[in-house]
Design a protein around this ligand. Structure first.
Ligand SMILES: Cc1cc2nc3c(=O)[nH]c(=O)nc-3n(C[C@H](O)[C@H](O)[C@H](O)COP(=O)(O)OP(=O)(O)OC[C@H]3O[C@@H](n4cnc5c(N)ncnc54)[C@H](O)[C@@H]3O)c2cc1C
Length: 390
């Protein structure tokens, strides 16, 4: 592989090398088979869990390795740079951050060691709803307090991994929107025991999507959640969710950097090798330049990803960097994917090359977990001081 697109160089290079070894056990054929049947990569997720990679952000006192976000980013970037897909499990790394930062001592003791060992999977994040979309504070799912419990009614959409998670972090209204001073108030965060709730007020319906993502619709019909599962204070859940989102954006951006490296390594190798008109296609600048441009875009985005992670790990506010890094890394990886398909000509469309699969998988990151327009809106309002538009 090219020096320029080495997948094991960067911060935490030893972890990268080990993750790359693990990923080599799960080659393109493994992912292609799952893609065909929209299956869950259980063996891959188990291997990552057993190697301790999904619990790197959990402090040592709770059984994790207490590493900074930069380590989680190195793991996910490498997973993607190896042609694998971290979407099946990346949320196991960061959703627990809400419990870690805002949960009670009892909640941390009860859940974190089991999440660290893999005995419990907390990788379902119930925020998006069909009617409110990006306008999160308009969500309608309501949790009504009844004695020692909350009774939840409503619906979520695009709850990824819902069928493969034991727990869900749920955002629901606990005070109607017209009874709070600010629309961000009156929302609360709950830990839902999905296995206990399934069939007892909780229904999960998978959504078939253009890539293998295990995303679902989730319905709550008088689902009972013990009051002790409320995270932090009632009514402050929006804030708790928001402060985990920068970590999520930086980790997804790292996955995009990994995708870009995978695409670029493939493009360069093929362009050097493929002979048309008696010479390598990569000798034509028309073939070289899109690959080179996407590579330059990736390297620029990578700097911003590292800047955001540096701030996050230093405990500094990193909203500007996290948002921009996610947007630019998603665009750079998409450009690298475009160049990769074009470089491969017809073969770019053949399933056995894995390019069309990675291309479909990568497209998501311009929409989720936050769409490009909403990133631009964040920069406009919060960085440039332009008037708020909604
Ligand atoms: C495969 C997949 C997995 C996902 N996983 C999860 C998950 O696990 N948990 C979860 O909670 N959510 C999840 N999501 C939801 C995801 O975060 C949302 O789809 C995304 O935030 C966009 O919201 P929306 O689909 O409701 O689009 P909408 O809010 O309906 O927006 C549609 C389009 O309009 C644009 N738009 C809307 N308002 C404005 C505006 N004011 N100015 C300019 N443009 C605007 C948006 O940018 C977007 O392009 C997932 C989505 C997908 C597709």
């Amino acid at each position: 592989m090219d020096q320029a697109v080495s997948i094991t160089s960067g911060p935490h290079d030893e972890i990268r090398a080990e993750v790359a070894k693990l990923c080599a056990r799960f080659p393109g054929e493994y992912w292609r088979k799952l893609d065909e049947v929209r299956g869950y990569p259980t063996a891959f997720v188990t291997a990552l869990t057993e190697a301790g990679y999904l619990s790197v952000l959990i402090p040592e006192e709770y059984g994790g390795s207490g590493l900074p976000l930069s380590a989680a980013a190195a793991i996910l970037e490498t997973v993607h740079a190896c042609g694998a897909n971290g979407a099946a499990c990346h949320a196991q790394m960061y959703i627990m951050g809400t419990i870690l930062r805002h949960g009670s001592a009892a909640q941390k003791q009860r859940y974190l060691p089991k999440i660290a060992s893999g005995a419990l999977r907390l990788q379902a994040f119930g925020v998006t709803e069909p009617t409110s979309g990006t306008d999160t504070t308009s969500l309608r799912t309501f949790a009504r307090r009844e004695g020692d419990t909350y009774v939840v009614n409503g619906q979520k959409v695009w709850t990824s991994r819902a069928e493969h998670s034991d727990l869900m972090l749920l955002l629901a209204r606990t005070t109607p929107r017209d009874q709070v001073a600010k629309k961000t108030e009156g929302l609360s965060t709950f830990i839902v025991d999905m296995k206990a709730a399934l069939g007892n007020g909780l229904t999960i319906r998978p959504i078939r999507t253009m890539m293998n993502h295990n995303s679902c619709e989730v319905f709550f019909d008088n689902m009972v959640v013990p009051a002790e599962n409320l995270v932090g204070a009632e009514g402050r859940g929006f804030r708790y969710i928001l402060d985990g989102m920068n970590a999520e954006r930086l980790l997804i951006a790292s996955e995009c950097i990994g995708d870009a490296k995978w695409f670029t390594a493939k493009s360069s190798a093929y362009a050097r090798d493929r002979q048309v008109f008696g010479r390598p296609i990569g000798q034509n600048q028309g073939v070289q330049f899109p690959i080179a441009r996407a590579y330059a875009q990736m390297r620029a985005a990578e700097l911003l990803v590292h800047a955001g992670i540096g701030k996050f790990d230093a405990g500094l506010h990193c909203g500007e960097e996290a948002n921009m890094a996610k947007m630019l890394a998603a665009e750079a990886s998409w450009a690298a994917g475009e160049a990769c398909i074009q470089t491969h000509g017809g073969f770019g469309f053949a399933e056995e090359y894995d390019i069309e699969r990675k291309y479909r998988e990568n497209r998501l990151y311009q929409v989720a977990p936050i769409s490009t327009n909403l990133v631009l809106s964040y920069i406009s309002e919060h960085v440039l001081g332009l008037p708020r538009s909604f």
